[in-house]
Ligand binder design. Structure first.
Ligand code: XLS
Ligand code: NI
Ligand code: NI
Length: 439
């Protein structure tokens, strides 16, 4: 079989002192951290779309990526990509992948042709999975690229588009089920609006909920046991996406009685686009029992769109893994690198280097987070900060055992309020110290 990434061998762990760009400095898959191997904490996944399908185009420029399969098209291209994807994952020691239907097979000239193409490619993928032991973290549907979805998919004003999207999701659910996908993701591609002047927001929201309910019912009917995930994003491609952020999605799920069936897939770059930190979105999901999976990437502080860069920020990775540990782990979710090389990084070895730096960043983040968590430094501080709620009037408030009359008379007797410092900079120094020292 053709080797697509000649000159790159299986990536080895060489330790923090290594200067080899094609070696891991921190990611040591079998190393035990907090009772289990690193790879089980991290559950890294390759994104098929950015890695295999992404060509380096942007609104001003054409494809730049130098790939051996560029000359191919149609089903030949799809097949070459399957082989290249599995070679890349094997060489990286990446145990999972995530895909959209459209990433793996060409559209064809009719819906039926599209469905047939999918079946053929899925067979190839299935064989590769058997051969390598690599698994599917999640599947999803691309119901946003084709012009038919210009006004949305399940929130389109055109019921025929709703039906088309249903056919597509039905098929993507079947494929994901066949590939034993551990999750199925709904990212609201164009589920949002450009202007309220032409939009029936109430109907569009109701339809989105109807769609999700039918998708869930069908998936269960065919025996899919994986987790359903909604991926919040505030804008892009539409001006206002309905799945704006974690809190918005939770409110939506509660309103439509879907809260027990869906969790959230939190993406770092979407968090920052919504004006939140990555940790904020993870924490909001976690404390609502809804942290399901993670799209590990990062945005650019100076750019207002989804740049989907490979994650290199140790601080953010640390706080992410802190939330994951507090969540009791991320399985059956994982860390999907929804990230792409910059279009100037067009050589194939740039792909490896990018995944390696992303994997190392999260491995280091895990080590720091584990120490921070096991030493309990932040938790102890926070517990002390709120200790007034563990006794006296505070305990009564928490227990629901008081009322405004009692509180008012208590306040009259205790009106010389004494506060203590929040010690933000001291805590930031502590986190820095853990980052400096964790090995
Ligand atoms: C786009 C999203 C997308 C989802 C999967 O911004 O991140 O890539 O993860 O449809
Ligand atoms: Ni994503
Ligand atoms: Ni994104």
């Amino acid at each position: 079989m053709k080797e697509y990434f000649e000159g790159v061998d299986k990536i080895q762990f060489e330790g923090p002192k290594s200067t080899n760009p094609l070696a891991f400095k921190y990611y040591d898959p079998e190393r035990v951290v907090a009772g289990k191997p690193m790879k089980e904490h991290l559950r890294f996944a390759m994104s098929y779309w950015h890695t295999m399908t992404g060509a380096g185009t942007d609104p001003f420029g054409n494809a730049t990526m130098e790939r051996d399969y560029n000359e191919l098209d149609g089903m030949d291209l799809a097949e070459a990509r399957v082989n290249a994807a599995f070679e890349l994952m094997e060489k990286l020691g990446m145990e999972y992948f995530c895909f959209h239907d459209l990433d793996i097979a060409p559209e064809g000239n009719s819906l039926q042709e599209k469905l047939d193409n999918l079946d053929k490619v899925v067979e190839l993928i299935e064989a590769k999975m058997k051969e390598t032991g690599i698994k599917c973290l999640w599947g999803t549907t691309n119901a946003f690229s084709h012009p038919r979805f210009m006004h949305g998919a399940s929130t389109s004003p055109n019921a025929d588009v709703f039906a088309f999207a249903a056919a597509q999701v039905k098929k993507a659910l079947e494929i994901t089920n066949r590939l034993n996908g551990e999750n199925y993701v709904f990212w609201g591609g164009r589920e949002g609006y450009e202007t309220l002047l032409n939009t029936d927001v109430a109907l569009e929201n109701d339809n989105l909920a109807r769609f999700l309910k039918m998708a869930k019912d069908y998936a269960r009917k065919i025996g899919f046991e994986g987790q359903f995930l909604i991926e919040p994003k505030p804008k892009e491609p539409t001006k206002h996406q309905y799945d704006f952020d974690a809190m918005t999605v939770l409110g939506f799920l509660r309103k439509y009685d879907l809260i027990d069936d869906f969790k959230l897939n939190i993406e770092a770059n979407h968090a920052t686009l919504a004006g939140h930190t990555f940790q904020h979105e993870l924490l909001i999901s976690r404390i609502n029992g809804a942290l399901g999976s993670i799209d590990a990437n990062q945005g650019d502080m100076l750019l207002g769109w989804d740049t989907d860069q490979f994650p290199t920020n140790i601080y953010d990775a640390t706080m992410c893994m802190y939330e994951v540990i507090k969540n009791g782990g991320i399985a059956p979710g994982g860390l999907n690198f929804d990230a792409k090389v910059r279009r100037g990084s067009f050589q194939y070895d740039d792909l490896f280097i990018s995944y390696i730096v992303g994997m190392d960043t999260f491995a280091k983040g895990l080590l720091v987070a584990d120490k921070l968590h096991s030493d309990g430094v932040l938790e102890d501080f926070v517990a002390k900060r709120y200790s007034s709620y563990t006794e006296g009037i505070g305990k009564k408030i928490v227990d629901g055992a008081t009322d405004f009359e009692e509180l008012a008379s208590y306040a009259v007797d205790h009106d010389k309020i004494q506060n203590t410092s929040g010690r933000q900079e001291m805590l930031e120094d502590i986190v820095n110290r853990y980052i400096y020292s964790a090995e």
